[in-house]
Design a protein around this ligand. Structure first.
Ligand SMILES: Cc1cc2nc3c(=O)[nH]c(=O)nc-3n(C[C@H](O)[C@H](O)[C@H](O)COP(=O)(O)OP(=O)(O)OC[C@H]3O[C@@H](n4cnc5c(N)ncnc54)[C@H](O)[C@@H]3O)c2cc1C
Length: 323
């Protein structure tokens, strides 16, 4: 469970300094076994092609990564709690790729954000506190992988969810991948992923929920597709995010979570700035129409009909989980 894990991390940090650890010894090169290759090609899907994207704006050396960290900490982190959920605002750090390729460590991030102050971080802003929570999510999912290596073999964290009759509908999966579901917020996000190799966290949650809950398609297909496209692809965080969305993971939410594509766009992209940016064909459609999939003005703009009825999809998913 995340909350006790986070408390334990913060407790531990009270008694250590947060300076980066020294450089580790180089490991001998490893080869992968045939068993791993077999796991990769399971479920009958071939590995996806990686779409070439422009990577020039991402840090590719340590000093650039450190200066991005320093810019974020001095200019944006204090507003992080208020801005991080709005995909049209550059409210998050965009440091995940640098962390995942080892240009930056979470300790360096923590050190920069708190200026070396130990927990309980008296006087830090809500933005910094929230951001530290996100760094701890990354650690949490790494620990889940360490403690439950079965998740690396394509298994659900919650064993009973293996009984859910996940669908393997290739045509519907293709519509999700190509951003032609008929739900503007979902489609805009898939266009962002396919053209840049990155997607905002709120939309990773939404698109993953849409695939695994509304379409009831095997979350492992989506997990693998994300991994093939993301510039910050990180097995533990990606698997954790997918299992969170599909309700097969560590999450102890006492209710069954759905994120509605229409409510999410109304809340987090009310003016449609993000949607219009990624789906230019909708640029002239009035903003409020963007939150009404199937509306005649969307169809007139050449945009597709919604591929599912949200209420029916929800019922189908609940029935599948009830067994
Ligand atoms: C379905 C799904 C798939 C995901 N796949 C990945 C992935 O492959 N690689 C990846 O790094 N993150 C993944 N995430 C987590 C999160 O979306 C990204 O870390 C975040 O969007 C990166 O942007 P940022 O650097 O601006 O994050 P910020 O908001 O600035 O957060 C700071 C750092 O905290 C960590 N972090 C933030 N949110 C999470 C989270 N929910 N879980 C774990 N770590 C987090 C990241 O290292 C991030 O760089 C996924 C989330 C979901 C829901």
């Amino acid at each position: 469970m995340f909350t006790p894990f986070r408390n334990r991390v913060l407790d531990t940090l009270r008694y250590q300094d947060m300076l980066p650890l020294s450089k580790p010894k180089a490991l001998a090169p490893k080869t992968f076994s045939a068993e791993i290759e077999q796991v990769i090609s399971q479920n009958g899907l071939e590995l996806f092609q990686v779409t070439p994207v422009d990577i020039s704006s991402w840090a590719s050396d340590e000093s650039t990564a450190l200066s991005s960290l320093s810019d974020f900490v001095s200019e944006r982190v204090d507003d992080y709690r208020d801005t991080r959920d709005f995909p049209s605002i550059e409210g998050t750090s965009k440091l995940s790729a640098a962390m995942n390729v080892g240009l930056l460590s979470p300790r360096q991030c923590l050190q920069a954000a708190t200026q070396g102050m130990p927990p309980p971080f008296d006087g830090i802003s809500d933005g910094v506190r929230t951001w530290i929570g996100e760094l701890i999510w990354r650690e949490f999912y790494l620990h889940v992988m360490w403690g439950f290596p079965k998740i690396c073999k394509g298994l659900a964290f919650k064993a009973d969810t293996e009984n859910v009759p996940w669908r393997h509908d290739v045509e519907e999966f293709e519509r999700w991948k190509s951003g032609t579901t008929g739900f503007p917020m979902v489609d805009a996000a898939m266009h962002q992923l396919n053209s840049t190799g990155w997607m905002h966290n709120r939309l990773r949650m939404l698109t993953a929920t849409f695939l695994s809950k509304h379409l009831l398609i095997d979350w492992r297909w989506g997990e693998r597709y994300f991994m093939s496209q993301l510039i910050d692809g990180h097995f533990a965080s990606n698997n954790g995010g997918w299992q969170w969305a599909a309700s097969t993971g560590t999450d102890a939410a006492p209710y069954f979570r759905f994120l509605s594509p229409t409510r999410q766009s109304q809340r987090f992209d009310v003016q449609g700035v993000y949607i219009k940016h990624w789906i230019p064909a909708l640029a002239d459609v009035p903003s409020k129409v963007l939150h009404k999939p199937g509306h005649q003005q969307l169809l007139d703009a050449g945009y597709p009909e919604p591929m599912v009825d949200l209420a029916e999809a929800r019922e189908r998913c609940l029935a599948a989980f009830r067994g």
